[in-house]
Design a protein around this ligand. Structure first.
Ligand SMILES: *Cc1c(COP(=O)(O)O)cnc(C)c1O
Length: 433
């Protein structure tokens, strides 16, 4: 009988080189991968095929909200898969309805659409903007420089970074970038064709830059005044990572930064993914009530979107976050990590230039020329430093050439955060001795 699923690599089962060879021969080389072959994980730790343990402060790029191998996720998957995995969106089922209700409760009055990824959730927001402006001939979406909105064709047009666009021109029409955190620039950039403005609450991929409270409130006023949709990409900074459900809620929670406007702030559309499924693929977008029925029957869809299985997992994660007070944990552990990193920035100014971020979304901006960094062949300082930390048993996520991100699970324990800081301190001490 012909085998359809290939057998494990022969002789040296699970051996790193054999697995890497499978990739080199058979997987499109669109990612620059690190030289690590992972096998299993538990909580904040992952193990490679040789059994080496890594503290995972990268969280699979802000995805593994409950860490690795969480029994509640395994149970939800098993229980729901026995009942119903998929039915298509021709029919109703309880998990999708309950998840939509839970998200609406966390964000504000409106409705949700379910898909499978962040890029796809943003595609839904672009279509919402087009539908919104269509009858007046408006179609343009303004986005921010240094933003990231995914790798789809419209996603790279929306993304404010040249490197994602290069080689894929011409760009999808109708996207223009404006400087981030610059209200006047947004004002001046409007054209008669503008339908919406889309920003991240905290820019992630370009290196953890939070929006200023007055920028968010100012964009809200501008959008109201000019009849534009204010859209937010909460794919990375969402799902309690900052201590609040959404990054913008955390940014606006300081009452001194506004006068009651902050509590009432809502975007008109919001995309979610990453931590929403804790590693099981699910994306979603929320639309504020006045616009919630714009995408009527037949206008948008997804075969897999909002399957019973994906929604059951997402519901289970929300339940665990609430029962175990993980939003509070993210806030507390984030503050602990950040103050530890700020201490290291004072101790090692030759290595760290600045520490930024909120909760468990932290960025370490490296000094222009970190001394004694091994691995001249790696392109950037951030990936060379990430490699050095890998050797010491710590996973972090580079952002651009100069920034390392920490996006750990919301379940992170104090001892684990302290271990991470100690590994970083050790590595930096050796670089600078
Ligand atoms: C990761 C990310 C995306 C893209 O999500 P995918 O699931 O990879 O399509 C979009 N926006 C932001 C802010 C992200 O961080």
């Amino acid at each position: 009988m012909n085998e359809i699923v290939p057998s494990r690599p022969p002789i040296l089962r699970n051996e790193a080189a054999a697995i890497q060879a499978l990739f080199h021969e058979n997987v499109v080389p669109s990612y620059g991968r690190f030289d690590i072959v992972l096998d299993h994980g538990s909580g904040a730790y992952v193990y490679d095929v040789a059994g080496k343990r890594y503290l995972d402060l990268g969280g699979g790029i802000a995805v593994t909200a409950l860490g690795h191998g969480h029994p509640a996720i395994a149970e939800a998957l098993l229980e729901q898969s026995r009942k119903l995995i998929h039915v298509s969106n021709f029919y109703y089922h309880e998990p999708q309805g309950r998840l939509a209700k839970a998200l609406v409760k966390l964000i504000g009055p409106g409705k949700c659409f379910f898909c499978n990824s962040g890029g796809e959730a943003n595609e839904g927001l672009y279509k919402l903007a087009r539908k919104f402006g269509h009858d007046e001939g408006r179609f343009e979406v303004l986005t921010a420089s240094n933003s990231f909105h995914g790798r789809t064709l419209a996603g790279i047009a929306a993304t404010g970074q040249e490197k994602v666009k290069k080689g894929f021109e011409p760009m999808v029409a109708g996207f223009r970038q404006i400087p981030f955190n610059d209200l006047e620039a947004a004002h001046n950039a409007l054209s008669p064709a503008t339908a919406a403005i889309l920003i991240e609450g905290i820019q992630g991929e370009s290196g953890v830059t939070p929006a200023k409270p007055e920028y968010l409130l100012g964009l809200r006023r501008l959008c109201d005044e000019k009849k534009l949709l204010l859209l937010m990409d909460g794919v990375q900074d969402g799902h309690f990572r900052t201590g609040r459900f959404q990054g913008f809620q955390r940014i606006l929670e300081d009452p001194a930064s506004s006068n009651g406007q902050a509590a009432a702030f809502l975007p008109d559309g919001l995309s979610m993914a990453k931590s929403l499924g804790g590693g099981f693929p699910i994306g979603a977008f929320w639309v504020r009530a006045p616009y919630a029925d714009l995408l009527g029957p037949g206008t948008h869809g997804s075969t897999f979107g909002g399957s019973p299985l994906a929604c059951a997992v997402a519901l289970k994660i929300l339940e665990v976050v609430e029962c175990q007070k993980l939003a509070e944990n993210a806030r507390g552990m984030g503050a602990f990590l950040k103050s530890g990193l700020e201490r290291l920035a004072r101790e090692f100014p030759q290595v760290i230039q600045e520490v930024r971020g909120l909760g468990l979304m932290l960025g370490i901006e490296l000094a222009p020329a970190v001394p004694n960094l091994p691995g001249e062949n790696a392109k950037t300082q951030s990936s060379r430093l990430a490699n050095l930390l890998h050797q010491a048993g710590l996973l972090t996520i580079p952002a651009g050439g100069q920034i390392l991100r920490l996006l750990p699970p919301l379940t992170l324990q104090r001892s684990e955060a302290a271990e991470g800081l100690a590994i970083i301190e050790n590595a930096f001490a050796r670089l600078t001795q």
